[in-house]
Design a binder for this molecule. Structure first.
Ligand code: PLP
Length: 412
């Protein structure tokens, strides 16, 4: 990897070539156009190497083109790629059983329902919770509520943006799906007050990713668990970004010692190769979804299962989680030193995952992302003044230090 080292301080970053004009404008990417990647490094067409400290919003927890994941995908491409769920295939039960086995110590992982994107997994959890509420809990038809937290990010569908507190994500997309109550994130009392007998679920991110890596106060998830138990509501944790190693544990909820009823997984489950998501949890909840009530043409396809199984193999070694703990301690120590030196307003996070607040006197999060791009380091701003740092869990300590040196240099 040494041949791919970036040169901190270089300033001849080329703007991406002019787009053809047909691409919709629903993103504002940094001006870099990538053509290849390996591990924590990516290259543009000129051969310039960049250190990737975003890792596809944690879809690339195992880095770009991890050899074991690519090998699994290649082998499956030569066997069978899609059957639809009209027919069974030889990896589907195996994938469900292995994923349930990985998570069995952490929650009642009775059933696994595979989907593709994260938003679909959240939609699946919402549908299952509502139907469970009517069929099992006995909530009067049409009355189910789900309590969610402000600052949430659960995806982009019309139902999901209905309970977003981000005006850009929500405005203009109504009429909105009713049945959601939004309470401040991290406030256990507000959560308790919002839950009543018609509440079928509380849906939370154990750590809010898009909001800027917001770790809730100690005891918050345990309090949510207790509220759900009292009201006979489901605790649904969205681990799409926080799960699968990022926090130094297989799931973020492990850190709080809390067992959810359902979890949504996505992003890293597809190994950075194919979209793979799933809802995992209680049999009496996911069991309410019977043939014809829910599904997906691509959900649980052979290629997705092959890659997902290879991801589970990696996580079962415990190595990615250990790397996140070890490198995460180093990351947070170095970021805290930058706060002490007055380079950053604040920093927070857990595992190999941090949100840093840029001093507005220095510039915006976007300015910092661009200053780092000029130093061949890729990060992305969120919500104005925050920059998220989430390197692949496979990054070397030397490469991580190189990225953090560039951060310090950019801020100076
Ligand atoms: C990214 C994300 C989603 C949505 O996933 P998509 O694959 O983009 O639909 C949902 N929840 C959380 C917590 C996420 O980070």
């Amino acid at each position: 990897m040494t041949t791919l080292r970036a040169e901190p301080g270089a300033d001849d970053v080329r703007a991406a070539p002019t787009p053809t004009g047909h691409l919709a404008h629903n993103y504002h990417p940094l001006p870099v156009r990538l053509v290849s990647g390996e591990g924590a490094w990516v290259r543009d067409a000129t051969g310039t190497a960049y250190l990737d400290l975003l890792a596809g919003y944690s879809a690339l927890n195992f880095g770009h083109r991890h050899p074991a994941l690519v090998a699994a995908a290649h082998a499956q491409l030569d066997r069978l790629t899609l059957t639809s769920r009209a027919f069974d295939h030889d990896l589907l039960d195996v994938f469900a059983d292995r994923l349930a086995g990985l998570l069995a110590p952490l929650l009642p992982a009775d059933l696994v329902l595979p989907m593709n994107t994260g938003a679909e997994a959240v939609e699946t959890a919402v549908k299952a919770a509502r139907k469970w509420g009517y069929d099992v809990k006995g909530v009067p038809d049409g009355r189910a509520t789900i309590v969610v937290a402000s600052g949430n990010f659960h995806g982009r569908t019309t139902t999901i943006v209905s309970f977003s507190s981000d005006d850009d994500a929500r405005r203009g997309f109504g009429p909105y799906t009713p049945g959601f109550r939004v309470v401040p994130y991290g406030d256990a009392d507000a959560l308790a007050a919002a839950v009543d007998e018609a509440t079928v679920a509380v849906l939370l991110e154990p750590v809010q990713g898009e909001a800027g890596v917001i770790v809730p106060p100690a005891g918050y998830l345990a309090a949510a668990r207790a509220v759900c138990d009292r009201a006979r509501a489901l605790l649904v944790l969205d681990e799409i970004q926080s799960g699968l190693g990022r926090t130094g544990t297989t799931l973020a909820c492990e850190l709080a010692g809390v067992r959810p009823d359902l979890v949504t997984l996505g992003k890293a489950l597809g190994g950075g190769i194919v979209p793979v998501s799933a809802v995992v949890g209680r049999g009496d909840v996911l069991g309410v979804l019977t043939p014809g009530t829910h599904g997906s043409t691509f959900g649980g396809n052979p290629l997705a299962c092959a890659v997902g199984l290879a991801v589970i193999d990696l996580l079962e070694t415990g190595e990615p989680q250990a790397m996140a703990r070890e490198l995460g301690a180093h990351l947070h120590a170095r970021l805290a030193a930058m706060v002490d030196d007055g380079l950053l307003l604040g920093t927070r996070g857990v595992g190999l995952w941090a949100g840093v607040d840029v001093d507005p006197a220095w510039g915006t999060g976007r300015d910092l992302s661009e200053a780092l791009l000029a130093r061949r380091v890729l990060v992305k701003d969120t919500h104005g003044s925050t920059v998220r740092i989430a390197p692949p869990l496979t990054i070397s300590r030397g490469d991580l230090d190189q990225g953090l040196d560039a951060l310090g240099d950019a801020l100076r």
